[in-house]
Design a protein around this ligand. Sequence first.
Ligand code: TRP
Length: 334
Amino acid sequence: MTKPRLFSGMQPSADSLQIGNYIGALMQWRGMQDDYDAFFTVVDLHAITVPQDPAQLREKTRRTAAQYIAAGVEPSRSTLYVQSQVPAHAELAWILSTITGFGEAGRMTQFKDKSQRYGADQASVGLFTYPVLMAADILLFQAEAVPVGDDQKQHVELTRNLAERFNSRFGETFVVPTPVIQGETARIYDLQDPTSKMSKSAESQAGVLYLLDDINATAKKVMRAVTDSEGVVRYDRAEKPGVSNLLTIYAALTGREISSIEDEYAGRGYGDFKKGLRDVIVAEFEPVRARALELLEDPAELDRVLSANAERASEAAEQTLATVYERVGLLRRG
Ligand code: TRP
């Protein structure tokens, strides 16, 4: 039996992923590889919709891929590749852009936020059409399942609309994908500012846990996490955002219920609880970090793995693209 297709991706936007990416994306991806024919992509073409330093972009692309692998996304089971190595992404994006409404694209909240942040003259046309490229990513592989954070839900919704529009205009061509949204249980907040989502662009890095950071630095950040004065380990997102966030991380990394962790630490202080969490995080991060750094020591080998996977992705993508060109009426080279 053939497995349903899955597509997801992450931008190579940092030297190290943080724990939110690890819990929200990588752990989930790792767990879905058995049930799906999965494609995981480092979306470098999306990254360049905002200015990037070329040398750093290349480095971040390798680092992101290495962390996927180190976290258990296996390039022999899943197809793990770099977006720009499969030209069909850009080719399909062009076709899809011709059936996307200008107003429709203009309603994407992420574009509105980003263009406000950078200013209308700084925001590129590529940033505007970013969601169309994302639609192309997904539709190229006929993906049924698309695991994303809820900030990307609107883009998957657009993807569904474009798939349906194309199908009704040109004939049944694309699978209409379904977003697999990570719920509140996987949203990780800043350890120092637990009402804000953890983000590498935070002003202070004291509340952000990076996969590739020195493990002692990470341990210290955990021990210094903001809590409250109640002294009870109990989940209450509104009243106790700091402790609740730590409980979320603990539960996500161990696969335990929050209530069982609350029970374990009943009558004990935050110090004990933080030590427990620190040990959990260190045990989880250490091997991943070691493996990622090992992979990065041999970039030629890493590049070989990525190229071979891009080859596999290309084969699947070209099938869809050939059908699309045919349906649209483009005269193909003989
Ligand atoms: N836009 C996504 C993000 O920033 C990354 C992405 C690009 C993606 N293409 C995708 C995610 C296709 C899922 C499917 O998180």
